[in-house]
Design a protein around this ligand. Structure first.
Ligand code: ADP
Length: 311
């Protein structure tokens, strides 16, 4: 039995109005994709690709110019109230009234969503984002990391089945990034469908089981993460030889050859046309004996660069 998608987007379009005779900006040019239930879905793309526009349409903050979107089966045009209740959005910007405590922030948000007092989960959510001990501190006294965790709790007060995070770890240090990843994984394990945008390919690779890439307002790929990584056609092999190298050697089938250490070469080759064995024999033909070989699988960065043509 296949479950209906958590989010379904069809031919979504947005053209921002131009100002003073300037032409409008076409930020989304007919984007279609589904976000399956229960996973962690990554929306990737370079700056200006249209990611925020797409999320803002789902959040009801930007009016689309065309197309359709359903959230948890609710059409955002004909059933906006239920659509909005099905999604929690963690914004990029940290915005809190500095004089409220974390507990009050969550209670106020619960009130805003009309969650009855008896059904509020403020304590439980503070526990979940490890802020129980800051329950009564002023929001302004929280560290940046604590504020981000509070934003996640705030997005969950109405218990939405879908949580959307816009660049959750932009500009945070390695330790905090790890903590936020853990939190996202925990929520996902509890059954929450996660959608996130990110600039960090490593983050997408670690967290997401499916990745969509948009560029210039168009969807250019949408695949399971593993498949996406497998799309890179180039492979890299690092070869250490028995004596100093005379210089780079470009051979048939090599895309790139760099001398990275006096006795170590890094060869990039296209795995469709060349094998690792062929690469090694071409090096041996130059009179070198091979002492060590390591290969590197393509990572998401390679795929991303190939697909977006980004440098
Ligand atoms: P991303 O989130 O991927 O960086 P955005 O959705 O923010 O991309 O932007 C997509 C395009 O739309 C960009 O060219 C941006 O300049 C333009 N844009 C975004 N918001 C507005 C707006 N309010 N008015 C006009 N143009 C906008």
């Amino acid at each position: 039995m296949t479950q209906p998608p958590a989010i379904s987007i069809s031919d979504l379009r947005k053209t921002y109005a131009g100002t003073k005779g300037e032409p409008g900006k076409e930020a989304l040019k007919g984007v279609s994709f589904d976000v399956p239930q229960g996973g962690v879905f990554g929306l990737l793309g370079p700056n200006g690709a249209g990611k925020s526009t797409l999320l803002n349409i789902l959040a009801g903050l930007v009016t689309k110019s065309g197309g359709e979107a359903e959230i948890w089966g609710f059409d955002i045009d004909t059933n906006p109230r239920n659509a909005k209740r099905s999604i929690g959005i963690v914004p990029q910007e940290i915005v809190f009234d500095p004089f409220f405590t974390p507990y009050e922030v969550l209670e106020n948000q619960g009130g805003f969503y009309g969650v009855p007092r008896a059904e509020r989960r403020s304590e439980e959510l503070l526990e979940a984002v490890r802020l129980a001990d800051k329950r009564n501190a002023y929001a302004r006294t929280l560290s940046g990391g604590m504020k981000r965790r509070l934003l996640i709790a705030k997005a969950m007060v109405h218990s939405p089945p879908i949580l959307v995070l816009d660049e959750p770890t932009a500009g945070v240090d390695v330790e905090l990034r790890r903590q936020l990843w853990e939190l996202v994984s925990e929520l996902n394990a509890q059954g929450v469908t996660i959608v996130l945008t990110t600039h960090y390919l490593e983050e997408a690779e670690q967290l997401c089981d499916r990745i969509a890439i948009i560029n210039h307002g168009e969807l250019i790929a949408n695949k399971p993460t593993q498949e996406m990584i497998g799309m890179a056609r180039e492979k890299i092999v690092r070869v250490t030889v028995d004596k100093d190298l005379a210089g780079p050697m470009m051979e048939q089938g090599f895309v790139k050859a760099d001398v990275v250490e006096p006795r170590t070469l890094e060869i990039t080759y296209n795995r469709d046309s060349t094998s690792a064995g062929q690469v090694l024999s071409r090096i041996q033909e130059h009179g070198y004996a091979i002492e060590d070989v390591t290969t590197r699988e393509a990572d998401l960065e390679d795929v991303f660069v190939q697909l977006t043509g980004a440098g």
